[in-house]
Design a protein around this ligand. Structure first.
Ligand code: SAM
Ligand code: SF4
Ligand code: SF4
Length: 367
């Protein structure tokens, strides 16, 4: 067997240090981009490491023993992160999602949560603070996460069938341990959970109905995600995407579904409920129905680079400003300028011409 060689552009180093404009944005004001989208959500990758090698995210052929993960000194410290979050929240961010890599692998993640949980919006409201995890460490950590102040969690789970699941995570991790994690999280008070399933044709699309049946009536909301062309290493092909419309049709045939109105502008999941009243499911159709027009999120990489689109090829080096002694109003001015200049809408433009463009890996930027 010959090894598969996949060249990836190391976009981690493609970043400019933002300039600091003289005028800081009005405190407590909202930041608007060129398309009139407010900055509302911040996703923070707290580590680029993971104990899984999901074939669609961190394929083994690339993320192998020789892969150079970031050194500890490159990571934003919890103090640096908390300071940046305060600046973002002062300018309109209300929702923070900790992600990665696998966020529960970051040492003392509970301490970070305890530092972020007390932060209030300018209106005095608590943050919507949540975390996305592969669930492998959740049974062990759920209670401590809740005690630190976490209120919600999203667990990724791609199949119920153990063989299918082990093949997708590619480290032979058993599905039973993730299901235990989900139960532990619910018991600790993180219910209802969101469960994310990335669907790949010919790999786990046979699990769609079984997954729905399992979580139907549990209170947890299962969401089906179209396989996306994030990063440059996952060998994405359009024919492996199962369109959300097909997922909905299959579930409708099996259980009967009706549409639910979106909860708020910018909600990425299209919501459906079972006609028998036993709960909701969602579909996230980034490929077949792009939602760039309502995209209100920014991403902060593990080493403090700000990305204004999941498919961006370069970030803005906020860590350089933080470590270079910038004051809070200067950080705010830099972030305000970056957001004001934003015009990203990759998914709307997706075509064969965008396929070869360099992009950062999702494990680095945060999914
Ligand atoms: N390790 C955590 C996890 O798996 O939940 C958090 C990070 S992971 C990058 C965040 C989310 O991105 C997961 O729900 C994962 O399934 C999703 N994801 C990763 N690669 C993807 C792809 N190519 N297309 C669609 N979703 C993807
Ligand atoms: Fe790890 Fe999450 Fe990526 Fe899977 S999707 S490899 S669990 S970061
Ligand atoms: Fe937002 Fe970029 Fe995704 Fe469009 S492609 S929804 S702008 S992250």
């Amino acid at each position: 067997m010959t090894d598969r060689f996949i060249p990836i552009a190391d976009a981690r180093y493609a970043a400019a240090v933002p300039t600091i404009p003289v005028d800081a944005p009005v405190p407590a004001g909202r930041l608007l981009d060129r398309r009139g989208r407010v900055l509302h959500d911040l996703r923070i990758s707290v580590t680029d490491r993971c104990n899984f090698r999901c074939t669609y995210c961190m394929p083994k052929a690339v993320f192998d023993r020789d892969y150079a993960f970031l050194p500890q000194t490159s990571l934003l410290t919890f103090e640096e992160l908390t300071r940046l979050v305060r600046v973002f929240v002062a300018h309109g961010v209300e929702k923070i999602r900790l992600t990665g890599g696998e966020p529960l692998l970051r040492k003392d993640i509970e301490r970070l949560i305890a530092m972020l949980a007390p932060i209030r919006t300018p209106a005095g409201e608590p943050l919507d603070l949540t975390l996305t995890t592969n669930g492998s460490l959740l049974a062990r950590k759920a209670q401590r996460l809740v005690e630190a102040g976490l209120r919600r969690v999203t667990v990724s789970l791609d199949a119920l069938d153990d063989d299918v699941f082990r093949a997708m995570n590619d480290v032979d991790f058993p599905v039973s341990s993730v299901l235990e994690g989900i139960e532990a999280a619910a018991a600790a008070g993180l219910a209802p959970l969101k469960i994310n399933m990335v669907v790949k044709r010919g790999i786990n699309d046979g699990e769609i109905v079984a997954m729905a049946r399992h979580f139907k009536g549990s209170g947890h909301v299962l969401r089906f995600i179209e396989f996306m062309d994030v990063g440059a290493s996952n060998g994405w092909r359009l024919d492996e995407v199962v369109p959300s419309a097909e997922v909905v049709r299959r579930l409708d045939e099996a259980f009967g579904l009706e549409a639910v109105d979106p909860g708020y502008r910018g909600e990425v999941a299209e919501r459906w409920r079972y006609r028998d009243g036993s709960g909701e499911v969602g579909v996230i159709s980034s490929v077949t129905t792009p939602f760039c027009g309502d995209c209100t999120r920014a991403r902060l990489s593990t080493e403090g680079k700000l990305f204004t689109c999941l498919f961006a090829h370069a970030g803005h080096d906020l860590r350089a400003l933080v470590r270079g002694g910038a004051e809070d109003h200067q950080l705010a001015a830099a972030v305000g300028q970056i957001w004001n200049r934003r015009s990203d809408r990759y998914s709307e433009l997706r075509s064969q011409h965008t396929q070869g463009l360099p992009k950062v890996e999702m494990s680095y930027i945060g999914g």
